[in-house]
Design a protein around this ligand. Structure first.
Ligand code: FEO
Length: 143
């Protein structure tokens, strides 16, 4: 069975954001379990619906933080969030139409798990680093 791992390299050292990322990883694993359980698609639908809901909540929190701090890369970061929400919606549609297939699990790995890991290590870490060091030369951390 596929598994998502919350590796040390994913820590942003912002306790709230790290806890939310951990919850997202846990939810991805529930989705993998549901796909693997062979109990049909209902369990997978519930897990994916929760993932979508929790992702929107998490992104909303980060976006509020970025807006409050006038983060210079807000637009790019929000665009990445919006694109991901659309991806998850597309996967939900696919799940409804085709069921929890192996191909679906592969797509979840590529488009949800791998995306999330790259996003956290890139955009999220950069944003938190900027937030933590914005009293210095801010733009040096962004290039
Ligand atoms: Fe933690 Fe930008 O999502």
């Amino acid at each position: 069975m596929k598994k998502a791992e919350f590796l040390p390299s994913l820590y942003t050292h912002n306790a709230i954001i790290d806890a939310q990322h951990q919850e997202l990883i846990n939810t991805i694993n529930k989705l993998y379990e549901a796909i693997d359980s062979g109990k049909g698609t209902d369990e997978a639908k519930n897990a994916l619906a929760f993932l979508m809901q929790y992702t929107v909540f998490h992104f909303g929190g980060e976006e509020k933080l970025m807006q409050e701090d006038k983060y210079p890369l807000f637009t790019e970061h929000k665009a990445a969030h919006d694109a991901f929400v659309e991806t998850v919606k597309g996967l939900y549609q696919k799940l409804m139409e085709e069921g929890a297939t192996e191909d679906f699990a592969d797509q979840v790995e590529q488009e949800i798990t791998n995306w999330l890991i790259v996003h956290i290590k890139g955009m999220d870490l950069k944003m938190i680093e900027w937030k933590n060091h914005r009293s210095g030369n801010q733009m040096d951390n962004l290039m």
